[in-house]
Write a protein that binds this ligand. Structure first.
Ligand code: GLA
Length: 749
């Protein structure tokens, strides 16, 4: 394991526990991609670069250099000198010329994984390869960084630029990673969505041309996600080669796969070049955000587990990462803006009786915010609603025995606010244009240090004033009119990126000053659910759509990359406020258990029958949360594909227990039991089945058509071998009615 350089072969080998990545220097100049896949451990692999085939390298065939440039698998392709595929780098000089050619100069192998200034970055015990190259004509130094950790199959990529010239250079495009290889018969996988249906998996055959997803909305977005994978055409959850990239960044991105004339495939990922330009002054440096590359030879399931472990072990810093998070109740869908201290205390009292541990006060507690038209930026408590102020409320909630959490949207400013009246220029604006409103709000110009300070103090002063354990940090609109009067004309193209750096700075300050705070990021639901934000908060609100049926696809797509413990999920009211669907309380609980778990309903007014189920759901949370948070995730059936049911499984790292969640979305007439093949168990071990929700099942068993419930109860305690459950399968009876779900716990005996 580790990073090696073979001088004779001019070959770098980056070796992880199960994968290998090889790079070769050709003509002492060009940096080419040789191999990425299962471990090869043979430095003679350099011939795979095909430099012995026409058009040959420029040193032996200078007259056809163009042909070489347009077919060579560059590790980091630059724009303008003959490579017409998607480039990673485009630079303009002071004189206005564009074009860049990188020449290999040197390398360093570091026994560490350095951080990135001002940016989220993976960390831990590892090694880093720095390949140093230069464009001597324009005086640009470029360092390509590849980091690996001892316990992970991911490779972390980033790029550093340094201006060695005497004049400014204008960086028009700087992506973070490129993967240039042969295009096999691949499918392209992306995550697409909208508000209320984030990160749904999309899979299509990869054809010729450029297939990209991106965001130019200033955030990673509801619509497309900074993730891209190609999978062998016949691959699936457990089989097939997969190459994936995920971007550790929360702003504009471009992710693209391009199949070109020679049947080669180039995958790239980085900051979207549209609206981006960075003026690099002489002697200055620029660091790109990180892109994570993962190769799996065992399908999507293994890819997901590599991402999950990487993020749990090397990205999320919160002290809550490995601890049980307090079970919260949030008042948003319970009251919306219509609440006061009395109502909140009534919710807290009732919640406490059921075992809930924290009350979260959502939007509407400040300024004159009685609807979403006003007051963002005026972070002073509305004492008409909260009589006696915030401290009185937090003290009362604490006296009820609950922790207290609060909602903020610190990056925003309402035109109808005191803040806007005194600082209209603090909003992002283009001179002479009226800014485009979204949800009646503008975005603060976080490229300005004094605006960052104001936003920080708005949050921090409240946190300093009372006993607050949790913050939900929201961001409810995309960026438009991205201009800043703070930046001079040559720097307007930096505004998008500086905004993201401002957000990161704010959250970094927050977690430094309040190290015990549980921070949950949110963006109109899940529009900023990305690895960048996970560096600051251990959990992110996944979607405003809490309907458990919709959540099956949303959470499946999210869990394709992110550990279940990061996925903000609540038991919602019924009928659901987004879809109007009526679902059983049990199913809402089971689906929320595959995330952070909490409640978002008016506990004082839901039916007694539902309320009485809460203590049992909370028992399940306490019992299974460590397994769900730390275990290995396996997808057994996907509602998106089966059209009938959904099923996932979490297995403890020591394979001693597994939890299977089964949701029968639609009842089917006339079928026998369904066979599910479990995964990840120890084939030689014996497992005893424990069926959960027995109280409810017993009640159903006593009813007239209670056969299924009776049979389920009879199977409780049965013992199966791991091999039998995985190879033979496990039978699930047809349940009575749509949207029913079951939890099966297998414990090694
Ligand atoms: C966003 C969030 C919701 C809620 C509202 C409040 O939509 O995703 O959970 O906090 O804002 O305005």
């Amino acid at each position: 394991m580790g990073i090696l350089f073979h001088k004779e072969e001019q070959l770098f080998q980056i070796i992880t526990p199960n994968t290998e990545y090889c790079i070769k220097i050709v003509d002492q100049r060009y940096i080419g991609h040789v191999y990425y896949g299962r471990r090869l451990e043979d430095p003679r692999c350099g011939y795979l670069l095909r430099t012995a085939e026409p058009p040959f390298t420029p040193s032996v065939n200078q007259r056809e250099k163009g042909g070489f440039m347009d077919s060579f698998p560059f590790e980091y392709p630059a724009w303008g000198v003959g490579d017409y595929r998607e480039s990673c780098l485009n630079v303009r000089t002071e004189a206005g010329y564009r074009g860049c050619e990188l020449v290999y100069e040197d390398y360093r192998i570091l026994d560490e994984k350095p951080g990135l200034p001002g940016l989220p970055a993976t960390f831990g015990k590892g090694q880093t390869l720095e390949i140093i190259c230069k464009d001597p004509v324009i005086g640009l130094k470029v360092i390509l960084c590849y980091s690996v950790f001892d316990d992970s199959d991911a490779i972390i990529r980033s790029v550093f630029l340094e201006n060695l010239s005497q004049q400014p250079l204008y960086i028009e495009k700087v992506l973070s990673a490129c993967l240039d290889m042969d295009a096999e018969e691949f499918d392209l996988l992306t995550l697409n969505g909208a508000w209320g249906r984030e990160r749904c998996i999309e899979q299509n055959p990869l054809s010729y041309g450029k297939h990209g997803i991106s965001s130019v909305r200033g955030e990673s977005s509801h619509q497309e996600h900074p993730f891209l994978a190609v999978m062998e055409r016949r691959g699936h959850q457990d089989q097939g080669q997969v190459y994936a990239m995920n971007f550790v960044y929360s702003g504009n991105f471009l992710a693209q796969a391009e199949k070109s004339q020679f049947n080669s495939l180039r995958m790239v990922m980085g900051i979207h070049p549209e609206g981006f330009e960075w003026m690099l002054e002489p002697g200055k440096t620029f660091a790109s955000p990180e892109a994570v590359c993962v190769y799996s030879d065992q399908g999507l399931g293994k890819m997901s587990r590599i991402f999950h472990d990487l993020y749990r072990n090397h990205l999320i810093r919160s002290p809550y990462l490995h601890t049980k998070r307090p079970i919260l109740i949030n008042n948003w869908e319970a009251t919306y803006f219509d609440f006061d201290s009395e109502k909140l205390i009534a919710i807290a009292k009732e919640a406490k009786k059921s075992g809930i541990e924290m009350l979260v006060m959502d939007d509407g507690w400040f300024g004159n915010r009685n609807n979403d038209d006003s007051s963002l930026g005026d972070w002073q408590v509305n004492e008409e609603k909260l009589k006696g102020g915030l401290k009185a409320l937090t003290d009362s909630v604490r006296a009820e025995g609950l922790l207290f959490g609060i909602w903020f949207e610190p990056e925003m400013i309402s035109p109808d606010s005191r803040l806007y009246k005194s600082h209209p220029d603090w909003a992002l604006k283009l001179p002479g244009r009226e800014g485009t409103l979204i949800r009646a709000q503008y975005v603060l110009d976080l490229s300005r240090p004094e605006v960052v300070d104001y936003a920080y103090e708005s949050v921090a002063s409240i946190l300093r004033s009372c006993d607050i354990s949790y913050v939900k940090w929201d961001m409810n609109r995309q960026l438009t009119d991205v201009g800043s009067i703070y930046l001079d004309s040559a720097r307007q193209g930096e505004c998008f990126h500086r905004y993201v750096l401002g957000v990161y700075q704010l959250q970094e300050r927050l977690i430094q000053e309040f190290p015990d705070l549980l921070l949950e990021n949110c963006s109109g639901g899940g529009a900023r659910f990305d690895p960048g934000m996970l560096y600051y908060s251990p959990q992110i609100w996944c979607s405003d759509d809490m309907d458990p049926v919709e959540r099956l696809s949303i959470q499946e797509g999210t869990a394709l990359i992110y550990p279940l413990g990061t996925i903000g999920a609540h038991v919602c009211d019924c009928p659901n406020h987004t879809t109007g669907r009526t679902t059983p309380f049990t199913t809402r609980g089971h689906v929320a258990l595959a995330g952070t778990f909490g409640y978002e309903l008016d506990i004082t007014s839901i039916s007694k029958e539902d309320r009485e189920q809460i203590p049992e759901q909370i028992r399940l949370y306490h019992k299974y949360q460590p397994l769900i948070r730390e275990g290995d995730y396996y997808r057994i059936g996907s509602w998106r594909e089966t059209k009938k049911y959904d099923c996932w499984q979490v297995v403890s790292k020591d394979q001693k227990e597994a939890l299977v969640t089964y949701v029968q979305v639609l009842t089917e007439p006339n079928y026998r039991s369904r066979k599910l093949y479990l995964k990840g168990l120890n084939p030689k071990a014996e497992y005893r089945l424990e069926i959960e929700d027995q109280k409810a099942l017993k009640k159903r068993a006593d009813e007239k058509n209670g056969n299924v419930a009776r049979r389920l109860l009879e199977s409780d305690g049965q013992v199966y071998s791991g091999r039998l459950l995985m190879q033979g399968g496990f039978l699930i009876q047809r349940l009575e009615g749509d949207f029913q779900s079951l939890l099966f716990h297998f414990v090694q005996v």
